[in-house]
Design a protein around this ligand. Sequence first.
Ligand code: DLL
Length: 433
Amino acid sequence: MILHTDVETMPREELEALQLKRLRATVERCYHTVGFYRDAMDDLEVKPHHIQKLDDVRLLPFTKKEHLRENYPFGLFAVPTEQVVRVHASSGTTGKPTVVGYTKRDIHTWAKLVARCLAASGMRPGDRLHNAYGYGLFTGGLGLHYGGEELGVMVTPMSGGQTQKQLMLLQDFCPTAISCTPSYALNLAEAADEMGINIRKLPLKLGIHGAEPWTEEMRYELESRLGIDCVDIYGLSEVLGPGVGNECIEAKSGLHIWEDHFLVECVDVNTGKRLPYGEEGEIVFTSLTKEAFPVIRYRTRDISVLDPSPCKCGRTHVRMQRITGRSDDMLIIRGVNVFPSQVESVLMRTETLSPFYQIEVFRQASLDNMVVNVEASPPLMEQSQERRDKVAAKVVRDIKDFIGVTCKVMIKDVGEIPRSEGKAVRVIDHRKH
Ligand code: DLL
């Protein structure tokens, strides 16, 4: 393993001592510079000096997405705006976006953390990165871009879309790695097939995918279609952007959270109580080094499990299993909790289907109905309607067996499901309209 920094293998005791020092400084600063944090702590009668050990983080109030909205645009900044050199924003589906800011030092810290992610993914100085994450208010494009430059790789700032041009540059610039959402990687693989381009023959050897939930089955699909290794990268604008955690290429089993910069907890979605390692819950982060936009106990709504077991790569930072989904994307269908990623797993294990799918939810006669739209694979397209009906019936049974919900499966023709250029829209919930 080639480490980007020694801190990645720091003994836990030392790492935790560093975290405590940084936690105390962050809480002290938030209390004295951000009215929202001071009020929230005063309400709970917690003062910065109450934080004596790491576990005392539990005493602190949670921060939620709505708090960011209420303080739009710059109300949670902990430095004067003159010291902020960059803002990003995540588009809310309704109303105002949530805005985050970075000082010069934050931008540098971010670049170093993304460089660490790229190194953990297997990239080295001298490699070439084709960056197909969107540039703009979204953190993906610029986040990966600065990280690549920091590591010393040649970055192509391609952004999303223009799929044919992407394929041309993949052939001409010979990148060794591509960064984009997994759904866009799939879109590229399909377009390459259509254009008769064999990506497997190119020097490309690595895909760095995240920004949306994806499954092991999707990893397998992408790895085999593109002939590369694929690793998971995680982050969210409120906490940093990409670069909060990354899988290591050695184990490809869970994302190492860079704990020298983020204190991570897993809590019960309903009660907010801390869960022991190994139990599934909502991931919560406290930033330890952010200057412009520190967060205290930010509720991500991302559902996962923390795994402290030693990793074969030698890194000591805790691993977060792949995100199952967001609590707000979880569908409750007649009392059964369903994440789109669970449906994805079932679909992708069905050979006669293609990996393009979308879920629709309706309410009819006060009952929830889930319809899974999925495309036929090209060979199934050639076959009779009867054969398609049989495949659909099998998927209905598999979804009932694995997820416990009864749904309808509609097998569509190739090209009927919209292709993603960034974060795929997996669910259309007609109950919300
Ligand atoms: O998606 C940052 C990012 C860019 C991460 C590029 C990785 C690569 P936001 O737009 O704020 O930031 O969305 C954050 O996306 O809370 C998760 O729900 C989801 N997400 C991000 N990474 C993953 C992942 C960027 N690896 C939200 N697996 C997060 C599953 C992910 N979901």
